[in-house]
Design a protein around this ligand. Structure first.
Ligand code: GTP
Ligand code: MG
Ligand code: NA
Length: 448
């Protein structure tokens, strides 16, 4: 049986162009304010039910829709997280490419566009922060066309000029684009919707177009129908009171049921276990911050879920999981995972620093940044900092390499004392750029 599943919409764009703020506006939350350093450093997931979308679009709603809602994937715009943008892009059925209308195209806008091109993902451009156009009079939550009509002629001209610039940028990269209200054929042209994530202007049209796009262009395609096998991506492994270890995931295909046997990528190879429980966040809640989950017997893609399962100590955040029924299934999965790790290519040097992070995504990001800086890496792993890490770091000949870099991880008991004893320096931070800055600054000073 073919069941129409919830489309996955990735939000991509340059750092601080307003991705999280847009989602905050749609789900009426304030996730942005709780982010370390004001930047997104992980993939997020939020399911928005159709009823909530209808409510936002109520003034202009004119479509007949059968999709259950939209699953929004938030991605980081900071340059270090190319891998997470790629992953978000790869997961997505549709995307919103967000561009600050006052800044125009930036390096990660460009990169995001290339990702969408690679995966042939249909997308809409959201030209954000129109409220910052000099002279703009904001109208809370209003459709763009209505608010636009209320602006002074000179202000409308300013906005039009910036839209033309965006059209030019997109044209140079092989996309024919126009402001959404001037488009007849949405299969040939990319729609640009001017919005303000802060005031909500233009968001009704943005959501209407998204829903329309999902409906018209993807309904018939296989991508939006639920296939047999349940598959997903692990976002994070977490200890939950009363449940033990659990993992947060995005289920992007199939139906997952309690009792299903699953294979997951782990630190020491593939882990095979079974689903003991499935928990769902409330609608319109960002997965990463939800505290009140609802227990369910089964869940159909796409969805953000928390999975309770035994023996998942070694599960790698950022890896894949899928339902397995036979030994062949497990072998095939192992093959696929192996290939993925080879792509990450954690090739280590004999002499170099030790890197520990909270997820595979941040590990890849740090490895790439360090390679770019020409800093050797001896060991790079997901997990908290252990005494063993200290011993490995201390075995370096060069003092500049007797270092452990920890991103969003804890020091296990005794590590601090051990590090002091062996003369190992530990740098930890929750913000990727400060972590890199602090380390390189120390290194430059030591070199002198
Ligand atoms: P990263 O995830 O770190 O790449 O950033 P982001 O794209 O999620 O941007 P974020 O939502 O963190 O917004 C960055 C800053 O821009 C915040 O201070 C927001 O309040 C502000 N901002 C976002 N959208 C708007 C908007 O429409 N108008 C105005 N005036 N400010 C906005
Ligand atoms: Mg963000
Ligand atoms: Na930000």
């Amino acid at each position: 049986m073919k069941v129409l599943r919830t489309p996955i919409v990735a939000v991509l764009g340059h750092v601080d162009h307003g991705k999280t703020t847009l989602l905050d506006r749609i789900r009426r939350s304030n996730v942005t304010a709780r982010e370390a350093g004001g930047i997104t450093q992980h993939i997020g997931a939020t399911e928005i039910p159709l009823s909530a979308i209808k409510e936002i679009c109520k003034d202009i709603w004119n479509v007949n829709v059968v999709i259950p809602g939209l699953l929004f994937i938030d991605t980081p715009g900071h340059k270090a997280f190319t891998n997470l943008r790629r992953r978000g892009g790869a997961l997505a059925d549709l995307a919103i490419l967000i561009v600050d209308i006052n800044e125009g195209f930036k390096p990660q806008t460009e990169e995001a566009l290339m990702i969408l091109k690679t995966f042939k993902t249909p997308f809409i451009v959201a030209a954000n922060k129109i409220d910052k156009i000099p002279g703009w009079q904001s109208n809370e939550g209003m459709p763009f066309m209505k608010s636009y009509a209320m602006q002074d002629e000179v202000v409308r001209q300013r906005l039009d000029n910036r839209i033309y610039e965006l059209i030019g940028e997109l044209y140079q990269r092989g996309f024919s684009a126009d402001r959404f209200d001037r488009i007849r054929d949405f299969t040939r042209n990319v729609a640009i919707v001017p919005i303000s994530a802060l005031t909500g202007e233009g968001i009704p049209e943005l959501l209407m177009l998204l829903v329309g796009l999902a409906q018209r262009y993807l309904e018939k395609s296989l991508r939006l129908h639920v296939e047999g096998k349940a598959r997903g991506t692990v976002l994070e492994v977490k200890e939950e009171k009363g449940l033990g270890l659990t993992f947060d995931a995005i289920l992007y295909d199939g139906t997952l049921r309690v009792g299903d046997r699953i294979a997951i990528g782990g630190v020491e190879g593939v882990i095979v276990t079974h689903v003991r429980g499935i928990l769902r966040p409330r609608p319109a809640k960002e997965m990463r911050l939800e505290s009140r989950f609802k227990s369910v017997e089964s869940v159909t893609a796409a969805a953000g879920i928390k999975v309770v399962a035994p023996d998942i100590e070694g599960v790698l955040a950022g890896s894949e999981f899928e339902v397995v029924e036979s030994d062949e299934d497990i072998k095939a999965f192992e093959q696929r995972i192996k290939q993925e790790y080879q792509e990450i290519a954690i090739e280590t040097d004999e002499e170099g620093v030790v890197i520990k992070t909270d997820t595979l995504g941040s590990l890849e990001a740090l490895i790439n940044e360090f390679r770019e800086l020409g800093i050797p890496i001896k060991k790079a792993d997901v997990g908290d900092i252990t005494k063993k890490d200290v011993v490995e770091a201390s075995a370096n000949r060069d003092e500049l390499n007797r270092v452990i870099i920890g991103f969003n991880v804890k020091l296990l008991p005794g590590v601090e004392e051990e590090a002091a004893k062996y003369g190992v320096r530990i740098f930890t931070d929750q913000i990727i750029y400060s972590l890199i800055d602090n380390f390189t600054q120390w290194r430059d000073e030591e070199k002198r």
